[in-house]
Design a protein around this ligand. Sequence first.
Ligand SMILES: Cc1ncc(COP(=O)(O)O)c(C=O)c1O
Length: 380
Amino acid sequence: MIYLDNAATTFPKPDAVWEAVISCGREKCGNPGRSGHRLAAAAARELFAAREAVAGFFHIADSSRLIFTANATSALNTALYGLLKEGDHVVTSALEHNSVMRPLHTLEQQGVIALTMVSCSPRGELDPADVKKAVRPDTRLVVLTHASNVCGAILPIREVKALLPEIPLLVDAAQTAGALPIDVQKWGIELLAFSGHKGLLGPMGTGGLYVAPGLQLAPLLQGGTGSRSERLEQPDFLPDRLEAGTPNLPGLSGLRAGVEFIEEQGLENIRNHEKRLTGLLLDGLAGHDCIRIHGPADPERQTGVVSITLDGRDPGDIARRLDREFGIACRASLHCAPLAHRTLGTYPQGSARLSMGFFNTEEEIEEAVRALRAIAEEKI
Ligand SMILES: Cc1ncc(COP(=O)(O)O)c(C=O)c1O
């Protein structure tokens, strides 16, 4: 199989990831921070090592400000419900995933927040000046995806932050953690949400949220933390405040191994490899009468995510045929981001999305180009 669905979750994962999961499960899986025996202490050390590794990766100075979650969705909900209060105004973009748009829409419908959605160009470009124009005196938060999961377009996060230093910025890094460098300190990001199972190469069931000093979020979940157990209130310190319940320790050991793998390979080398493959795919599809590429169509301005449509063909049918006839796995339809498709002009049918990862090869991309051109050239 040629796997081109890495934007959904990366596959395969490095062997070291599964080895870490198994060795943690076999040797270290007491409940961290709960009991005092040796196995619980080993588990607490394992959890701390994972937190330090992931925090270091994003240049987070104090690893206790990195909260582990089950996925990016859980991190985004923790940030949005934890920060926003009645009367707040929020600015977001028209490229956001439903894990941002649905909670914001719900809060807006409930009359809790007012929401302004900033338009992007049909190529997925966001003008930082438009974000600034959307800001009001009651704006409490700007929420932006770092890169579109539909077309790969990279958004100008740093430029927005430079224009709006005073307003907290929540960055959805689901598509960029492990694919592009991220430095929360240098960039001044207040909240960073990410998946562990995509570019960071960790197992499913992992993700996280960075919360900058000075921001106090209300917890989405309350419960056992192993700390301050005599009190009925959730602890006010991190990470415990936002991490109620037993963590996915084997998964987090795997996530640490994923991050270490990326550091061994070099993030820059990974980015260059994905850029090369993206360029190969874009060049291979360019110039065909019936193939439309949606988004920047420029490897420098996008991640390894390419969305296409073929004139007169249903994207679901393209994906099905790629799978059944050519052994190529990709994703079709709306990719949980209907507003992004409205922006790109691909609503409601959506697109076929091919997303590349570290383990893809040039030969695989050439095969995908041949397959798509063969489908495009058939008479309808
Ligand atoms: C941009 C974006 N945000 C959020 C998510 C949600 O991530 P998760 O599935 O880890 O919750 C995704 C998943 O595809 C995504 O692409």
